[in-house]
Design a protein around this ligand. Sequence first.
Ligand code: BAL
Ligand code: ZN
Length: 844
Amino acid sequence: PETFYLKDYTPFGFEVQSVELTFRLAPGATRVQSRIHFAPKPGAANPEFFLHGEQLSLISAAVDGAPVTPTLTEGGLTCNVPDQPFVWEAEVEIDPQGNTALEGLYMSNGMYCTQCEAEGFRKITYYPDRPDVMSTFKVRIEGDEPVKLSNGNPTASGAGWAEWHDPWPKPAYLFALVAGDLVNHPDSFTTMSGKEVELNIWVRPGDEGKCAFGMEALKKSMKWDEDAYGREYDLDIFNIVAVDDFNMGAMENKGLNIFNSSCVLASPETSTDANFERIEAIIAHEYFHNWTGNRITCRDWFQLCLKEGLTVFRDAQFTADMRSAPVKRISDVIDLRARQFPEDGGPLAHPVRPEQFQEINNFYTATIYEKGAEVIGMLKRLVGDEDYAKAVTLYFDRHDGQACTIEDWLKVFEDATGRDLSQFKRWYSQAGTPHLKVSEDYADGTYTLTFEQSTPPTPGQPDKDPRVIPIAVGLLGPNGDEVCATRVLEMTEAKQSFTFDGLAAKPVPSILREFSAPVILERETSNAERAFLLAHDTDPFNRWEAGNALAREARVAMVLEGAAPDADYLDALQKLLRDDSQDPAFRALVLSPPSQSDIAQTLFERGHVPDPQKIFDAAETFAQTLAQQLADSLPRLYADTTVSGAYSPDAISSGKRDLNGRILSLLTRLDGGQQAARQYEDADNMTQQYAALTCLLKAEKGDAQSQAFFEQWKGDRLVMDKWFALQIASAAPETAASVARDLTQHELFTLKNPNRFRAVMGALAGHHAGFHHASGAGYRLLAENLIALDKLNPQTTARMCAAFQTWKRYDADRQALIRTELERIAGTEGLSRDTTEMVTRILD
Ligand code: BAL
Ligand code: ZN
């Protein structure tokens, strides 16, 4: 496959002045007519008239009204055109019903919908399908479907047709069309300048009752973007549509956001607290793209982090404001370490701004999104809140309506602050997670912290230069009082020392507060000091971090030395659990152990070969010991944290339910599932029902409830995804693969729905000891299903290949088993470009 390089960027040789599209919808043969005004750019470096197009049947083409016969090439067409403005017209036929890749125009449950990012528009018509080509769009949709939607504002409609006009120039990846038998949940929002905006969430009949929460989240997002960033909405209408078959979570098409139904539909009976929180965040994320992504877009796909990193950063700020800032930060770091650190430390590592790709769909990664957001967080910390606000305002003022680069983004910060950000820019160009080694010295009231940074080699980048690292540090005195409030140390050298004067005694440092940089901190310390920080640190993130480190060390000692669970850590946990002054959500986070995959990574980093079964056994032993130590207090803790009354997904109630669920899982280890069975019976919301079922299935006591759950919810696709995933997540390591294999034969399993595929295969890959069971059955089953899915949906297949990215951590036998499966996938005839690229990178 062809490789595309950032350094090869050249602008398109033509302006697109306007686009008019007419769709005549028919499931197997939709006709798309385009009428596009082009104007050659004087002196263009690339004067060739090339339009992208894939899987299109060209019916006719004309230039200035005269029929032409373009030359069809791989991936598009070329045509001789005048050297002055001209009108291009074409008619193509496409097959939405046969489109199982879910890119371009496709059908989901009888409804037409589109997904054009990154390069799906070329499956709709011939067009310069690149983000730096921006134009206004007029769209006419003809068809029997009662609801027909596109971007922008509605302009006219009649029996069997509707017309839309989007006045804001946009790239084709933001094009959207939806048509089907849909019902809406309407509302409205008055913007800060007093403009009334019509809001709708469109769903399939029957789902109307699951829109209210999403609508509230949308209105909160619109208000927040006005208050926090001064950004106002810019059309008369904002539509959201829920679609069952969708590769991503959601898509920010201008004025017509399309959502995976799992990321917008919510009700207490069918959605967990985690679902509610995620829905609120994704609605915000897509809405915030209206300014960071749509009004200001990316020049090319190498700049993807320009819109995604910034928008993730903005949605995290929103969630922190709506809920608990520390809890959000801790959750984000857990997620970053679980998904981005393994990517950065393995064969799929790539810079936040990659410099090459074969298939851009493979770069919608945790590195682009989450590390991209971390980089913005660091920038904000370095320049301060006020200068951050100035720089971002300058970004909006200077670049509105443009397709931009990371250079443009950094320049507004340089101009607004007078800083030189050339070294900071390495965060965008160098892959890999820096390791930050810390040593300390204390003499005569002066405390010195010395840091050394180094980043391991990553594919194509053997050597790294030092980066700018903002290290937020506070100091605690021996009695636990803070003797130095948070200070941001700006590290720029490979090795650098910082001193703190006037201290009465050697302090205990709290380093990397709020996780001020996405690095791996390496510091020789003791469990006593960790317990001290867990008890006294004023920074909630580092308090959690101390508990997390205690948990990790305890697990590592159990795995490597067969040690008993660490008594001091068990004590600290017990104290915290009973401490009602602490936020329940925070207590739940401290109580949740590091993931087994995380322990495997730690062992690997320390030069050991992780044994997944031993890691699993250590987790079980630890939980059992904790439950036994807490035996006397668990019933009271359970009662105290039980939330009763009408369900509300607010942060406080959700945090309490989270803690309650963790206590129930400990209690289940002692009471054989009696309390869980009662909770299952009494539950009037999915959070409590699902928590109870999880406990029961893990205790192998939940067959009846699992069956009842299935009967109750078999008509609800989203709840069924939970049921599928839970069967695997709760299985023993030796049976996880066979449970998953049986589920792939279940009548409700289908390769055609990405959510269902991810529910089963994602749960298998997420069951660390099950997926990595020595039999290799997990590897085999995943490979078989990836090969099958690739024929239908390359994008979802390729992303799921990442399950194999950590394969070099494991022993030679497991590596050989995985290699066999990766080679089997790679050797499959007709394998997609997406999957080929992923498997080749993982194998390299
Ligand atoms: N742009 C793809 C989906 C999202 O990040 O919002
Ligand atoms: Zn996004």
